[in-house]
Design a protein around this ligand. Structure first.
Ligand SMILES: *C/C=C(C)/C=C/C=C(C)/C=C/C1=C(C)CCCC1(C)C
Length: 243
């Protein structure tokens, strides 16, 4: 058998990481089709939100296509591709918070603060991960800078402007939906820093001996839940909120 065929056969049989790259790709692609089509059936004020949901899973689908190939060809973690994906999709998730609270008075400044925090989080995380010398000093410093961005988004979604605006929107569907998204940021997004801390030099790696050999498995599952789940919550708001 040629190598491409053996790789394809390998996917579902004996490599769970390859399997989640493959199913992750299909799930993201299918979700985009769903959000793009459903965009046509929701109230006008939510159309942009659904478009953004479809873009998030669509951008991820393209990255998964390449990440799966990279993984199959090298057996390595596709760090750069992952961070390019996140640097495009996480700011778009912040755009969702802005769009959901816009009719309650969200300002452009909120959007830019969230995007800035997301970019800070991801650029620092990339430096911490890709340029590691294996030392805990490097891992800790860049991880800490990254966490500032994460905590800012978390705080804004739970207690800050986003939470306040959702509460003042006068629409319980929006308020509940934004709260659900805040849970995604708290629980679903926490998988990533935990994975980071399992890498060489990371705190869980050096103190507890946790290793990141399966990190792609967790990232792939987390990505599917976070990106598709996020989009579905937005869709839920769009179909059941006040007209
Ligand atoms: C769809 C992709 C998502 C929602 C990615 C989220 C990524 C994070 C929340 C990453 C956070 C990190 C830290 C808080 C510190 C260590 C470095 C990172 C980048 C893994």
């Amino acid at each position: 058998m040629n190598t491409i065929l053996t790789d394809i056969v390998k996917i579902p049989v004996d490599d769970p990481i390859a399997f989640t790259f493959f199913t992750g790709y299909m799930a993201m692609l299918a979700s985009s089709v769903f959000f793009f089509f459903e965009r046509g059936s929701v109230d006008g004020k939510w159309k942009l939100s659904l478009l953004v949901s479809g873009l998030i899973t669509g951008i991820a689908a393209v990255h998964y296509y390449y990440m799966r190939d990279y993984y199959l060809a090298t057996g390595q973690t596709p760090t750069a591709l992952r961070y390019i994906d996140w640097t495009l999709t996480v700011p778009l998730m912040c755009v969702e918070f802005y769009l959901l609270t816009k009719s309650a008075g969200a300002q452009k400044s909120l959007l830019w603060k969230l995007i800035f925090a997301a970019v800070l989080m991801l650029v620092a995380g990339y430096i911490g991960e890709a340029f590691t010398d294996g030392s805990s000093g490097h891992s800790f410093m860049w991880g800490a800078i990254s966490t500032i961005g994460y905590v800012y988004i978390l705080y804004t979604a739970w207690f800050g402007e986003v939470a306040q605006l959702a509460k003042n929107s006068g629409d319980p569907v929006v308020e509940r939906g934004v709260k659900t998204l805040a849970w995604f940021v708290f629980v679903g997004w926490a998988v990533y820093p935990i994975g980071y801390m399992c890498m060489p030099g990371g705190w869980l790696n050096t103190s507890l001996g946790w290793s990141a050999s399966n990190v792609d498995l967790f990232y792939n599952i987390a990505d599917a839940i976070n990106k598709i789940g996020f989009g579905l919550v937005v869709y839920g708001i769009a179909v059941s909120s006040k007209k």
